[in-house]
Design a protein around this ligand. Structure first.
Ligand SMILES: Cc1ncc(COP(=O)(O)O)c(C=O)c1O
Length: 343
């Protein structure tokens, strides 16, 4: 896999780096604030940068305070969600997904909810918004449970005027090197809750709060989860490239839609960011890593008796057609792509 970064954007990035050298602020400076402002505009919700997607999840869970509480997490996703719950002192409860969208199943959420359930982490897995998101929001409100959104895959997806992070108390974006908007490493917490955002500002910086030029260290769980000015500069440039990245992916997805029938079918009106293109029971000649694998599931449920039949089915029946920017065969015709991709 390649990570393209066109010459014109490299030049813009170098200019921003110069600005950082001139400012003498390599951390906690204006470039970070500019990136947060631009990302907020992009997702249409307030944002605070942090060192990774995992740190974003941890910050949100610490704010909610899940110590001793159960948090429902998808069984079919990366370890980050369960691990963040453990680090925040909570118990991850592995919950099943739907076969249609690979995202949390409301049915299974209902089965796994108890009086000790404090939060649910909904991963918009694969680049589309969870199909049952509105029903899950309603259920969480009824039960007084916090909804946290893991937005690591969902960059660029929209549904009825909303994107990842608009539905719950907060969303956690990742800018890891393989994500739709890569910065190498980095993350963003998005939320409408001003207190939560203030907490994140302190939490990412050892709990530091400055009042009248005095520094106070207030939050006992705070640590260094800062994003440096150099990473934030790359973020500003990547945001300018997002239209190009997403248009490219959507163009290829349109061709794939004509090749694959047995696949995740995006509902009418939803725009996917196509982090992955997920097909079922298809023997692909060329593919990228699964959106999650049997190995992940094995790690999660060892020693547990998790009832997660759909998640187990999906590990064995899904694969991902290449849809990363720079895929060398993307320009081919539908017939050519069919030959290249399917045995
Ligand atoms: C669904 C999901 N959540 C969280 C993360 C963690 O993000 P990060 O690597 O930025 O900590 C990842 C992947 O990296 C992911 O795929």
């Amino acid at each position: 896999m390649v990570i393209p970064f066109e010459e014109e954007y490299r030049k813009e990035f170098y200019k921003l780096e110069e600005k950082i050298f001139e400012s003498n602020m390599w951390s906690e400076g204006q470039i970070l604030r500019d990136f947060e402002e631009k990302f907020s505009e992009y997702v249409n919700i307030d944002s605070r940068a942090i060192s990774s997607g995992g740190a974003a999840l941890l910050a949100i869970l610490e704010y909610i305070d899940v110590k001793g509480k159960d948090v429902l997490v998808p069984a079919n996703t990366f370890w980050a969600d369960a691990r963040a719950v453990q680090m925040a002192g909570g118990n991850p409860i592995f919950t099943d997904c739907n076969k249609e969208d690979l995202c949390l199943s409301l049915n299974d959420i209902k089965k796994k909810t108890t009086d000790n359930t404090k939060a649910i982490i909904l991963v918009h897995i694969g680049g589309h918004i969870a199909f049952e998101v509105e029903e899950i929001v309603k259920y969480c409100k009824e039960k007084n449970i916090y909804l946290v959104e893991d937005c690591a895959h969902v960059h660029g997806a929209w549904w009825n005027g909303k994107t990842g992070g608009h539905y719950g108390i907060a969303g956690a974006y990742s800018f890891y090197a393989t994500k739709t908007m890569p910065l190498g490493d980095g993350g963003m917490v998005v939320s409408r809750d001003k207190n939560l955002l203030k907490f994140v500002e302190e939490f990412r910086n050892y709990g530091k709060e400055v009042i009248d030029n005095h520094v106070y260290y207030r939050i006992k769980d705070g640590f260094n989860f800062r994003m440096s000015e150099f990473v934030a500069a790359l973020g500003i440039i990547q945001l300018k490239r997002m239209k190009h990245i997403l248009d490219w992916k959507r163009e290829l997805a349109k061709k794939y839609d004509q090749i694959f029938d047995n696949r995740v079918k995006i509902p009418q009106g939803m725009v996917s960011g196509y982090y992955k293109y997920i097909v079922f029971d298809t023997n692909l000649k060329q593919k990228t890593g699964q959106v999650f694998g049997p190995g992940d599931l094995g790690t999660y449920i060892s020693g547990r008796d998790a009832e997660i039949p759909n998640s187990k089915w999906i590990t064995e029946h899904h694969s991902c057609a290449p849809i990363y920017l720079g895929y060398e065969y993307a320009g081919k015709s539908i017939d050519e792509l069919r030959d290249i991709l399917i045995y």
